[in-house]
Design a protein around this ligand. Structure first.
Ligand code: COS
Length: 376
């Protein structure tokens, strides 16, 4: 029985929203053979159904983090690619929602919220993943605009995005204080998808090259030099939603396992009768509930107006992704040979969860973030 929607973290409209997303997820069918086409179709369908309205905050609006988290949880429970396509519309426009001008919001958010433009978040570089302040891609002032030079890698939606939020060094100061955030479209001269990348749970992914890409003053998001804080603020919001996606994967693994252990007979009785199996089930259910509590605590805190939820978001992401990996691993084990059969649900979950412990801040980065906050 699913009772977490009754928790005081949610308002009535959140419960209706979860049902609305669930209704969409029940109907959607995803072709994993061609991930580019699948993501385009998913964005289109989600835009049409109105689900993407929560992924951006227009002028005078706030992102509702609980709505983002609920959508990711529900979508991930049904299909990882559906969750991915939804999430990227939010992450790719997060800087605009939080720091964009009225004009930037008006230019992009109606499009991304209707599913007519696909968004991407380009922070990671070949030489700097966890250490954002070490990024070397440059943006050099040229007249009233900038010229971008360098590479970004592991960029989700790379190759299919219509809008890239790109972080580059403008050099106001060394390290974290010398980065800025820009909006780049793939038709800009000098922009190139240098390499498409294949991952164990495939989705559109690429290395991008910026070879003298010129952008105008309207491309700068927030103040120049504020890029690091913009990236971190966007990640504060979206790390909570990664936790929610992990929660959705874990819920699916648990429900698949319950079905399995109640129906699979060993020595004349269902697996569920064995205490050793019950121990696994108990730990899995505990990890799912604890993940949900941490995830929605972080989302609720942000929605209540907390200026930063760095500690809460890092805790939610670290715990939920690690717990989901454990829940899914146990699900594979309790499915026996069927657990590793290619194309099976738990085998798919086993591949899908792995990257969540790495992207948007690897688990050990979350530990660094939490320790910094706790130590003050
Ligand atoms: N919100 C707002 N400001 C923040 C912030 C946040 N969440 N986190 C840090 N800042 C500010 C700090 O307050 C500090 O400001 P001042 O210079 O005014 O004091 C500045 O940013 C630098 O912060 P810090 O010293 O903590 O930076 P570090 O270089 O030590 O960075 C980590 C720390 C590791 C936390 C950061 O690089 C990080 O999150 N890395 C992971 C990146 C990631 O998620 N990559 C995935 C990309 S998307 S797939």
């Amino acid at each position: 029985m699913d009772t977490h929607l009754d928790w005081p973290f949610f308002d009535l409209h959140h419960r209706a929203w979860a049902a609305e997303v669930g209704h969409f997820a029940d109907r959607v069918s995803v072709n994993h053979e061609d991930v580019d086409a699948a993501c385009r179709t998913l964005v289109d369908e989600m835009g049409e159904a109105g689900l993407l309205r929560v992924t951006g905050a227009g002028d005078g609006e706030m992102l509702d983090v609980r709505s983002l988290c609920l959508a990711r949880e529900v979508l991930a429970e049904r299909d990882g690619l559906a969750d991915f396509a939804f999430a990227m519309q939010g992450l790719g426009t997060g800087a605009i929602s939080l720091f964009g001008t009225e004009a930037q919001k008006a230019r992009w958010l109606p499009e991304t919220r209707k599913g007519r433009a696909i968004a991407a978040f380009a922070l990671t570089e070949p030489g700097s993943g966890s250490d954002v302040a070490a990024g070397t891609m440059t943006a050099t002032k040229d007249g009233d605009g900038w010229v971008l030079e360098g590479e970004k890698t592991w960029i989700s939606n790379g190759g299919i995005a219509d809008l890239y939020t790109v972080f580059a060094r403008t050099g106001e100061a060394p390290g974290a204080r010398g980065l800025s955030c820009f909006l780049v479209t793939p038709d800009a001269a000098g922009f190139e998808v240098a390499e498409r990348l294949e991952a164990m749970a495939p989705h559109p992914l690429a290395r991008l090259r910026f070879d003298g890409v010129r952008v105008g003053p309207e491309a700068l998001v927030g103040a120049s030099g504020a890029g690091f804080k913009i990236a971190m603020s966007v990640l504060d919001v979206f790390r909570s939603t990664v936790a929610a996606a992990a929660l959705g994967f874990a819920r699916r693994a648990l429900s698949e396992t319950l079905e399995r252990v109640k129906t699979r007979v060993i020595q004349g009785a269902p697996l569920a009768g064995l205490q050793m199996v019950q121990g696994h089930v108990a730990d899995m259910a505990l990890e799912v509930d604890a993940s949900a509590l941490l995830t929605y605590r972080a989302a609720w805190a942000k929605d209540r107006g907390a200026p930063r939820i760095t500690r809460e978001a890092a805790m939610a992401k670290l715990f939920s992704t690690e717990a989901a990996q454990d829940v899914i691993d146990r699900a594979v084990q309790l499915h026996g040979g069927d657990g590793v059969r290619s194309g099976g649900v738990v085998e798919r979950l086993y591949r899908e969860i792995r990257a969540l412990r790495i992207y948007e801040g690897a688990s050990d980065v979350q530990r660094v973030v939490i320790a910094k906050q706790v130590l003050g």
